[in-house]
Design a protein around this ligand. Structure first.
Ligand SMILES: Nc1ccn([C@@H]2O[C@H](COP(=O)(O)OP(=O)(O)OP(=O)(O)O)[C@@H](O)[C@H]2O)c(=O)n1
Ligand SMILES: C[C@](O)(CO)[C@H](O)COP(=O)(O)O
Length: 229
């Protein structure tokens, strides 16, 4: 099986509000996207890396690949407006290949560990769909449409989603094919697409890590620097 890491980097970083998309901001002298790519480049179980990026930044990714000497990056694709459009670009690019697993990872989670990738690949090798998550340490409120508490779900079953999220090509392709027929389709991650459109496909959880943060707001950059010390 070919394990392809799909580095989703097609966003513009509105919540960060920086002068360029947050994946190009630097932590400890290296861009966030370079940190993320380096982790998958290093893992022996990853066969290749596909980067999805806004068309304005293809040349920037090419130069990172060249300067860092990454050998596994085989595709740099243009993403779309939503995260799911960027996932779809990667799915379309592997249409004609056989025996492929797609391992979707947010470019802005630059501290994913080799242990997490090991565990994801082990589950994939057992034929499972897999997501990375950590138990919620906060109680979570579900609100109603006037922003009052509707329910307080039992915390034992509440996990915070991280990435990678990984699937065999057949599963993720089938889920997105069905999603595209739904006029109300909207998704904040790839697991939601599989869950909604292939409800019989179990998605197994690999334990994530508190360090596997998503750089979203400006203060996350300082947290990121601390994590590298
Ligand atoms: N159209 C999009 C939107 C998001 N992403 C990627 O998905 C990951 C998680 O998204 P998020 O943190 O929301 O990034 P942005 O969309 O850039 O941020 P914001 O929502 O604040 O604009 C990021 O690596 C981002 O680049 C993507 O590939 N294509
Ligand atoms: C995929 C994800 O990182 C899991 O927590 C998250 O859903 C991405 O959401 P965003 O709004 O695109 O940052």
């Amino acid at each position: 099986m070919k394990n392809v890491a799909v580095i989703l980097a097609g966003g513009t970083g509105k919540r960060m509000g920086a002068y360029l998309p947050k994946q190009f901001l630097k932590i400890a002298g290296k861009s966030i996207i370079e940190h993320s790519m380096a982790i998958f480049e290093k893992h022996a179980g990853i066969s290749e890396i596909c980067v999805v990026i806004h068309s304005n930044f293809v040349a920037d990714v090419e130069s990172i690949v060249r300067e860092a000497g990454f050998k596994k990056v085989t595709k740099i694709l243009c993403g779309g407006k939503e995260r799911s459009d960027s996932s779809l670009a990667a799915i379309a690019a592997y249409e004609n290949e056989k025996n492929v697993n797609l391992i979707f990872h947010d470019a802005v989670r630059p501290f994913v560990s080799q242990r997490i990738i090991d565990d994801v690949l082990t589950s994939l090798a057992e034929g499972k769909s897999v997501a990375v998550a950590i138990p919620s340490t906060d109680t979570i409120f579900k609100l109603n449409n006037v922003k009052c508490i509707e329910s307080v779900p039992p915390r034992d079953f509440l996990y915070r989603a991280q990435t990678p999220q990984a699937f065999s090509y057949e599963i993720i392709k089938k889920a997105y094919d069905l999603a595209l027929k739904d006029p109300d389709f909207k998704a904040s991650d790839d697991c939601g697409v599989v869950l909604n459109y292939l409800p019989n496909e179990a998605i197994h959880i690999v334990e994530g890590d508190e360090k596997n943060i998503k750089i979203t707001f400006e203060q996350d950059l300082a947290t990121g620097k601390d994590l590298l010390i």
